[in-house]
Design a protein around this ligand. Structure first.
Ligand SMILES: Cc1ncc(COP(=O)(O)O)c(C=O)c1O
Length: 332
């Protein structure tokens, strides 16, 4: 299917390659049992995205990143994540299917059963793993890892944590255009807010730009779950601006006034002790979502975002809504 981004800007068709890795649109449905307080709640379930039904938000980014790496004739992707990185696993497996090797620098995070199982999957994925432990050591070892990842004279394709580059964020520009199409088709009302976790920021940056390009006034509420990266509003708005510039550089005639986006609300009150540390509120949100709405969340990202949504809704922060929860979880 032609992506919405190419439909909106046909001039990008030959300059910005896209590789379809998932079935879209992902479904939207009303959350009828959680919404007793103030706003109407909906979910857009990106857990369905990805061939074979796994990968979630990572796969939307890879739809633009993998063809960009291939266009630059790279053979290897180098990227970074925590020990249980969903991003690293998706890159390794979807990359492998498309002829790209993956090298991962892994930073320590609290180890539980989920992280242990994820590490086993990473080991089985064929990716080369470097256990760099801390952010500082990762930065120090980066030149060595990059030098070892050349394929002949070809440098590797480097991606920041979570694939949140200007190219990766296009996956969520596309998702915002998809939401706009679903609103036009009457599948859901125009949302006043969309709530989702912020791990490295590509998802919210893409949504922020995409909502503006789609002409929706929806505010993007990003719930920060990671304290190892700078994820404030100016930083994420800058990422959205870089994606806009990339589209312009590739020939898209974007309206002049769309950046900085100005539709991004970043909340930091639901992180708890840090990245990967569980919070009681997230535990409750995870249990309620599963029991009442058949919505499977995980503790690191989506349960914290849902805890934020429920709490903020209880405080009347969304008015009457409607509010969409974007489910980015896509377990394998
Ligand atoms: C389930 C899940 N949700 C959200 C995110 C964070 O998205 P972003 O890195 O675009 O902020 C991740 C990142 O790996 C994730 O695995």
């Amino acid at each position: 299917m032609t992506p919405h981004l190419h439909q909106l800007y046909p001039e990008l068709e030959h300059t910005l390659p896209h590789l379809s890795l998932g079935k879209s649109p992902t479904s939207v449905r009303r959350l009828t049992s959680l919404d007793s307080v103030a706003a109407d709640l909906w979910v857009k379930d990106d857990s369905e995205f990805g061939d074979g039904g796994w990968g979630g938000n990572k796969v939307r980014k890879l739809e633009w990143l993998l063809p960009d790496a291939l266009r630059q004739r790279r053979h290897t992707i180098v990227t970074v994540g925590g020990l249980g990185t969903n991003w690293g696993l998706a890159t390794a497996l979807y990359g492998r299917e498309n002829g790209l090797k993956t090298v991962l620098a892994l930073i320590d995070q609290p180890v539980d059963d989920h992280v242990r199982a994820q590490l086993e999957r990473l080991r089985a994925s064929g990716a080369k793993l470097y256990f760099t432990k801390t952010k500082g050591r990762t930065v120090l070892s980066a030149p060595y890892i990059l030098a070892r990842s050349f394929s002949g004279r070809r440098p590797p394709y480097f991606l920041p944590a979570g694939g949140s580059s200007a190219v990766g964020a296009l996956g969520y520009v596309e998702a915002a255009l998809e939401i706009a199409a679903q609103v036009r088709a009457g599948e859901l009302p125009e949302p006043t807010h969309i709530v989702t976790p912020v791990g490295s920021g590509g998802t919210v940056a893409g949504l922020s730009l995409g909502m503006r390009l789609a002409g929706l006034s929806t505010r993007v509420v990003g719930v920060v779950v990671n304290d190892t990266l700078r994820l404030d509003e100016p930083t994420l708005a800058k990422l959205a601006a870089r994606s806009a510039q990339l589209l312009r550089d590739r020939g898209a005639r974007l309206p002049e006034n769309i950046t900085p986006a100005g539709n991004l609300d970043i909340v930091t009150d639901y992180l708890g002790s840090g990245y990967g540390y569980p919070t009681p509120e997230a535990g409750t949100a995870q249990t309620l979502s599963a029991a009442l709405e058949h919505l499977t969340l995980e503790p690191v990202y989506t349960a914290k975002a849902m805890a934020a949504l429920l709490d903020m809704n209880g405080q009347g922060r969304f008015g009457r809504g409607p509010v969409i929860f974007l489910n980015t979880n896509g377990p394998r």
